[in-house]
Design a binder for this molecule. Sequence first.
Ligand SMILES: Nc1ncnc2c1ncn2[C@@H]1O[C@H](COP(=O)(O)OP(=O)(O)OP(=O)(O)O)[C@@H](O)[C@H]1O
Ligand SMILES: [Mg+2]
Length: 320
Amino acid sequence: MLAISADGVSKRYKGLSQTALSNVSLNAERGQIYTLLGRNGAGKTTFVRICATQLMPTKGRIEVLGYDVIKDANEVRKLISIVPQEGRPLRALTPWDHVYNWLQIRGEKKQVAREKTEKILEKLDLYDAKDRPAMNLSGGMKQKVLVAMAMSVDAQLLFLDEPTIGLDPISRRQVWSAIKDWKKEGKSILLTTHYMDEAEILSDNIVIIDNGKIIARGTIKELRRTIPQNTRIDIVKDNIDMELFKSYGTVVDSGGNTVRIFTYESAIKELTGLAINKNLSFTVSPITLDDVFISLVGGNEIERQQQDRKDLKNDAVTRI
Ligand SMILES: Nc1ncnc2c1ncn2[C@@H]1O[C@H](COP(=O)(O)OP(=O)(O)OP(=O)(O)O)[C@@H](O)[C@H]1O
Ligand SMILES: [Mg+2]
């Protein structure tokens, strides 16, 4: 049985001429973390909400943990948990109330609910703030209350729609660790995020959605292999004419004192040989998920970034 099995799913919102999702098919294995990546408006939340029985598809079929999300919506709801993108805790209720009440609604006995509430609040470093009404919590703490609620319950599949938005670097890591623990129990996760480091650290599989369609999927390694110029070489500028390197790949001025060249694996030897010849320092690394994403989704984003950096530099010079 799969965590999610989607077949030809489309969604058109009323009053919108464009389809938010078109013909999306996806099989997600259990016990893994799948991450949906895509630009704003790509259709990620729409897909998550359909899987989580919050929204009806216009066309297609989705089974979650073997149950049809339309016909067996109640069965599905017992097995899933969600951090919605636009969620907010209730102003007057404390973190403790949110988690404890939620566990009781999901059918936990009082004693178990108390233990589970304590555990998740500790894990996400919310325990000291457990009795503060949500209106007196910081933005990041409010977001963590939603994560705590979703992760406190005994579900099989967790939907996390941008769960770490607004969290500081330490809080993000607390959430990542909770996510990893969740997976260790053999449970499944569908995550959406715009943070590529987060996706890189957590995902077993990446699914890239663009304009409502899946345009790429696979492990990060597999996706990297689909990009021909999948190696990056950063060379310290040092007064050398960078035109020299143009024939080896895409040259991007990274703003500081280095130039980045996206190139083919087959060109590494020659390119680094040239750099050594000219006495230039360099580093060689595989492209990151960020590079993969921009290459697959961004079109001529690399040139645009280059222009942005030039504009920023000019702006800085003008201001001085
Ligand atoms: N309730 C709604 N009514 C009408 N259109 C909607 C509604 N929700 C989303 N849309 C539209 O559907 C498309 C996909 O939106 P969706 O929220 O799924 O994108 P997303 O990938 O989650 O984006 P983001 O990264 O900004 O969260 C967008 O064009 C959006 O304007
Ligand atoms: Mg969204």
